[in-house]
Write a protein that binds this ligand. Structure first.
Ligand code: FAD
Length: 105
């Protein structure tokens, strides 16, 4: 089976970087496509118990793809849900863009 930790770290990097490069003012097609992507991602993520929980999260927390900032924060909250489940500290979602787009300082 895949290394759940290494897979997770790589995948969060990919997902947060997708948020960081998503348009600030997306078209309605881009909004619909990203929402679809997030949902389909949950169908194929190669850690089945992770994917199952993620699908549950997406069902009760509809991905907000209306702007880059809203999606970045939605994703940060989804990641925090996993952090809490694993006993890791919560990340301050007001700082998501500093961490993944603009850089610290
Ligand atoms: P990671 O949690 O991988 O985070 C990487 C970096 O992201 C951190 O160093 C930090 O700089 C930044 N970061 C942290 N939190 C946030 C945030 N909220 N928003 C923005 N940036 C942040 N593992 C399990 O054992 N069980 C599971 O059920 C599980 N479910 C997962 C579901 C998904 C969809 C994904 C992608 C991963 C899942 N994982 C799960 C893996 C787990 O989340 C971690 O990736 C793994 O434990 C490695 O953790 P890490 O400490 O290296 O940092």
């Amino acid at each position: 089976p895949p290394d759940v930790e290494q897979l997770g770290k790589s995948t969060w990097t990919l997902l947060h970087l997708i948020a960081a490069t998503y348009p600030e003012e997306p078209t309605s097609k881009e909004q619909a496509d990203l929402k679809q992507f997030v949902k389909l991602f949950g169908n194929f993520y190669p850690c089945w118990f992770c994917a199952e929980d993620f699908r549950g999260y997406v069902q009760t927390n509809e991905p907000d793809t209306t702007t880059q900032d809203k999606f970045g924060k939605w994703l940060c909250n989804a990641h925090n849900e996993v952090n809490v489940k694993l006993g890791k500290p919560k990340f301050d979602c007001d700082l998501w863009k500093k961490r993944w787009k603009d850089g610290w300082e």
